[in-house]
Design a protein around this ligand. Sequence first.
Ligand SMILES: Nc1nc2c(ncn2[C@@H]2O[C@H](COP(=O)(O)OP(=O)(O)OP(=O)(O)O)[C@@H](O)[C@H]2O)c(=O)[nH]1
Ligand SMILES: [Mg+2]
Length: 267
Amino acid sequence: MAREYRYKGSPEYPGPFESATIVIPVMNETVSLEQTVEIILRDARASIREILIVVCERTTPEAMAVVHRLESEQGELVVVHQQKLPFLGGALRECYALARGSHTVLMASDLETEPKDLGRLIEQARKTPWAIVAGSRWLKGGTFAGYLPIKLVANWIFQALFSVLYGVRLTDLTFGYRVYPTPVIQSIRWEELRHPFLFECLVKPLRLGVPVVEVTTTWRARIEGESQNPFFRNFVYFRTGFRTRFTNPDSLLLPDAPLLRLEEARV
Ligand SMILES: Nc1nc2c(ncn2[C@@H]2O[C@H](COP(=O)(O)OP(=O)(O)OP(=O)(O)O)[C@@H](O)[C@H]2O)c(=O)[nH]1
Ligand SMILES: [Mg+2]
């Protein structure tokens, strides 16, 4: 029998911010990865439970050398995971299942998700631990340095279209810089394996009624390596957005979802 589930986040549920698992996928980043880790440790060390670096067979030897050095320098703080599922979505999905912090941070290692802003994202997560805190490049003060003008226009239209469709006043539904309450991401049935996962992992929580709070962030193009997301793949995002909008929210949850167990414990 289908169960009726609606997320009722509150200051006590699913729990306060205690510590963060920082998920960092790595493909071809060296200097950018070093700087990312250096800055997040400088600014947010006290809030971090673990840095979960996820790599794959295609991760370059240069990037692997940096990963191994960070692992030996930082001891238990850095956990390295070799992904089994393919692509970016596969990498992130496996990390979501492994996360041990009360909250999980999604970011990149190519400096496109500004590590200097992590402190502000976590500060907001401490205030609203039941909500997803999402970095937005479109809020006042945000930037898109080095973004192709055609992509910028397409991006704005896309954000406006799907905000209306989901009935939310959000400005950035696709940027992969967010803090999640871990029980939320461990409760959802994920499907995407490639970059559209970054959109899926916002719209599915939205469909379940999880609130999202945006924080301004800046974006600048990577300085080394290249993106794994060819332009044409952006069209797949439409399919993800429309399909999720019209599916039954209950079907988005795993049968043994931590959120359901918490909900039962609360009654
Ligand atoms: N482990 C792992 N990391 C990946 C994979 N694909 C991408 N990454 C990393 O994930 C981060 C984001 O990927 P990018 O390809 O830069 O994607 P993006 O910045 O969202 O896409 P663009 O806006 O097109 O540049 C980068 O740090 C990549 O190196 C993958 O299959 N496995
Ligand atoms: Mg990138």
